[in-house]
Design a protein around this ligand. Structure first.
Ligand code: ACO
Length: 323
C-alpha cells in the first residue's frame, strides 16, 4: 500500500510586516535582512488553529472530498494555541472532521515527519488523512531581538492524502534527530525563541544535504533527476548551499520565504503549493522535500508528482478515488 495526494491548500494572515516596518523598531535594515536571509516580508496574525483550519478547508475543497470522509488529522506545529488540549482538537471541530487527530512537534521538520507518519498509517489501513502544518511563530518571537525577529512568520499549509494499492507517490524518506543540539534553537514554555544562528546555519546545511542524499540513494534516484526541491524556508543561503552541494540547479528550488519568512512546519507545504499552483510540475516529476529544525530534527521525502485531476494516479488504472 502507498499514498497519493488528492488536494492542497494554504493560509496566510492578512497582516504584512515588511523589512521596512522592522527598520522602525529594530537596529536593522532591509538590505541586511535580504542579503543575509532572502526575506522581504512576512505575515503575522491569527491563531494556529485558524490558519490550520483555513488551509485544511481549501485542501478538502480542492480534493473534492467531504470532511466526514477524513479518518485522521495530523497537525504538525511547534506553536500550539494551548498546552492542553492539542490544537488539532480545535481544527477537527472547525472543519467537522471524522476520525482521530493529533499534534506532532518536530519543529521545522514537522511537515515531513507528518507526511511519513501519514504514509505509514495509510499503508496499514487508514483510508484518508488530512495533514496540516501551521504555525504562529510571531507569538514566541522576541520582537526586540534583531537576531530572530527578522526571520519568522505565521502561516499554514495542508494536503489531503489517500491510500492506494501499490507504491503510491512517496518513494523514499529519511528522518533524523540529534538531541545533543537542542540548546542551539529553543524556547521555554511561555518564552521566546533563542537561537545561535551561525551554529544552526552550519549544521542545517550538513544535515539537509546528508538526509537528502540518503533519501535519493534509497530510491536509486540521481540528484539531477529531481525536478523540484521543496526545502524548509529558513534562509535562501542555506537553500543555495544545499542545492550546490547536492548538485541540484538552484532554479529547481521552490521559494516563498521572500514573502513568508520562516514559518516552521508550514513552510514546506506553503512552498509546495506555490510550485504546484505556478504550474511547475508535470505528471511523473520527482519532488524532494527536505527540512531541518529545532531538536535538531531533519527529514526528507521523495515524491513522484501526479496531478489528482488528470491522468492515471498511482495504484488506480482509471485514476478514480473513493467517495
Ligand atoms: N540586522 C542587522 N545586523 C544583524 C541582524 C539584523 N537583523 N542580526 C544580526 N546582526 C548582526 C550580528 O549582531 C553580527 O554582528 P557582529 O559581527 O557585530 O557580532 C552580524 O550581523 C553578523 O551576524 P551573523 O550571525 O554572523 O550573521 P549570519 O550571516 O550568520 O546571518 C542568520 C544570521 C540570518 C541568523 C543566519 O545565521 C541564519 O539564517 N542562521 C540559521 C537560522 C535558522 O535557520 N533558524 C531557523 C531554524 S528552523 C526552526 O526550527 C525555527
Amino acid at each position: 500500500m502507498g499514498m497519493r495526494i488528492l488536494g492542497w491548500g494554504t493560509a496566510l494572515p492578512d497582516k504584512v510586516v515588511t523589512n521596512e516596518d522592522l527598520e522602525r523598531t529594530l537596529d536593522t535594515s532591509d538590505e541586511w535582512i535580504v542579503d543575509r536571509s532572502g526575506i522581504r516580508e512576512r505575515r503575522i496574525g491569527e491563531s494556529t488553529a485558524a490558519l490550520a483550519a483555513a488551509a485544511g478547508r481549501k485542501a478538502l475543497e480542492r480534493a473534492g472530498v467531504e470532511a466526514s470522509s477524513i479518518d485522521l488529522l495530523i497537525l504538525a506545529t511547534t506553536t500550539p494555541d494551548q498546552t492542553v488540549p492539542a490544537t488539532s482538537a480545535a481544527v477537527h471541530r472547525a472543519l467537522g472532521l471524522a476520525g482521530g487527530g493529533f499534534d506532532l512537534n518536530a519543529a521545522c521538520s514537522g511537515f515531513v515527519y507528518g507526511l511519513v507518519a501519514a504514509h505509514g498509517l495509510l499503508a496499514t489501513g487508514t483510508r484518508r488523512v488530512l495533514l496540516v502544518g501551521a504555525e504562529t511563530l510571531s507569538r514566541i518571537t522576541d520582537w526586540s531581538d534583531r537576531n530572530t525577529a527578522v526571520l519568522f512568520g505565521d502561516g499554514g499549509g495542508a494536503l489531503v492524502l489517500e491510500h492506494v494499492p501499490g507504491e503510491g507517490q512517496l518513494l523514499a524518506f529519511d528522518l533524523g534527530l540529534d538531541g545533543e543540539a537542542r540548546e542551539i534553537l529553543m524556547a521555554d514554555v511561555g518564552g521566546t525563541i533563542q537561537m545561535d544562528g551561525r551554529e544552526v546555519f552550519k549544521r542545517a546545511v550538513r544535515v539537509v544535504v546528508e538526509s537528502a542524499k540518503r533519501t535519493l540513494d534509497r530510491a536509486k534516484v540521481r540528484a539531477d533527476e529531481i525536478k523540484l526541491l521543496v526545502p524548509h524556508q529558513a534562509n535562501i543561503r542555506i537553500i543555495q548551499a544545499a542545492c550546490d552541494r547536492l548538485g541540484i540547479d538552484r532554479e529547481r528550488a521552490a521559494i516563498v520565504l521572500d514573502r513568508t519568512g520562516n514559518t516552521s512546519s508550514a513552510s514546506i507545504p506553503l512552498a509546495f503549493a506555490d510550485a504546484i499552483d505556478s504550474g511547475r510540475l508535470e505528471d511523473g516529476d520527482l519532488v524532494l522535500m527536505t527540512g531541518f529544525g529545532a531538536g535538531m530534527t531533519w527529514g526528507s521525502a521523495l515524491l513522484r508528482w501526479q496531478d489528482p485531476g488528470t491522468g492515471t494516479l498511482p495504484g488506480r488504472e482509471d485514476g478514480s478515488h473513493d467517495d
